[in-house]
Design a protein. Structure first.
Length: 320
């Protein structure tokens, strides 16, 4: 195996490998068929639970279990957590064994995984292969932004799922510019780069431009790969209020963003029959989490302190 720290400071590591892999780490069901019949222990002495570290684990193909061998194109490095062995992405075929001083070892395979603040004084790893019954998921991002005042724009985004993202770079292009420029970066909140729950991000951009400002995100993964989101436009005026709704369509959970919250008293949800099914007091919040369990079409609006309906938006709930 090999360890490559991506931090500027050094550390002392200890490593031990043992035969066998169990469901509950040291006990429980034998998982030899799904894996490579090895458990690696890796520990950090000086800065446990900190820094970004790339781990490369090499195994002999003769140690591959029957399920692993059949589905080795879905193989990955798994870490033992309090909830059991985790599932990591990306998944792929092991590389030909290169952890040697000579020629590559055709009878060996190497899988790598980058861990962020995840290697403690004693952490445990093995390799598994998925069943191949699901395609590799990819990151879904909902990006939006609004002008808070004449000097500031708030950029925010939500992800679900989030897969193999190392960090986000917020980029901006003003209408009198020809290219996007970096504004600020934000590390992924996903543990080890993978999450199946909603993750929310917010960044304030000092911006007093009087024209149109365009924003997008650049997603950088652990391998250095890059992808981009859609582009959103933000004007120069706050317009008193603005209602934002995302994700739409929504499975069940969604968010309402209120710019100019002081002008809004309630967020209200109606069904297609015009019946009010929910009323939420804003209380000066700018982002409000909401949910609807029953699939269907709905209307979301917000009401001023004088009782005036300021704006409505259609919401589709899929219930997936």
């Amino acid at each position: 195996m090999s360890i490559r720290s991506k931090a500027s400071r050094g550390d002392d590591y200890h490593v031990r490998v043992s035969d066998g892999v169990k469901k509950d780490l040291f006990s429980g069901t034998d998982l030899k068929a799904q894996g490579v019949n090895k458990t690696w222990e890796i520990g950090k002495r000086n800065n446990p639970g900190a820094d970004e570290v790339e781990v490369a684990l090499q195994h002999l193909t003769a140690d591959e279990g029957s399920q692993f061998s059949r589905n080795r194109q879905y193989s990955y490095v798994s870490q033992y957590t309090g909830a059991g062995w985790d599932t990591a992405y990306p998944q792929g075929s092991p590389l030909t064994g290169y952890l040697t001083t000579g020629a590559a070892l055709a009878n060996s395979g190497v899988n790598t995984r980058t861990m962020r603040s995840a290697i403690t004084a004693a952490s445990y790893f093995t390799k598994f292969a998925g069943n191949g019954d699901t395609s590799l998921p990819y990151t879904h991002v909902w990006l939006s932004g609004w002008r808070l005042d004449k000097n500031n724009v708030q950029v925010y985004w939500t992800t679900k799922p989030e897969v193999n993202v190392r960090y986000f770079m917020v980029e901006r292009r003003l209408s009198n510019e020809t290219r996007f420029r970096n504004r600020d970066s934000m590390s992924s909140k996903a543990v080890n780069g993978y999450s199946t729950t909603w993750l929310n991000y917010t960044m304030n951009d000092p911006n007093s431009y009087t024209g149109i400002s365009y924003y997008r995100l650049r997603l950088v993964d652990y391998s250095g790969g890059i992808s981009y989101t859609n582009i959103v436009a933000v004007g120069s005026k706050t317009d008193g209020y603005q209602l934002l709704l995302w994700p739409n369509p929504s499975a069940r959970n969604f968010y309402v963003g209120v710019n100019g919250a002081a002008a809004v008293k309630y967020v209200v949800i109606w069904n297609v029959l015009g019946q009010m099914i929910h009323r939420e007091l804003v209380n000066d919040r700018s982002i409000i989490p909401l949910h609807i369990n029953l699939p269907g079409n709905y209307f979301v609006g917000f009401i001023s302190h004088s009782g005036q309906l300021l704006e409505t938006k259609k919401l589709v709930v899929t219930g997936d």
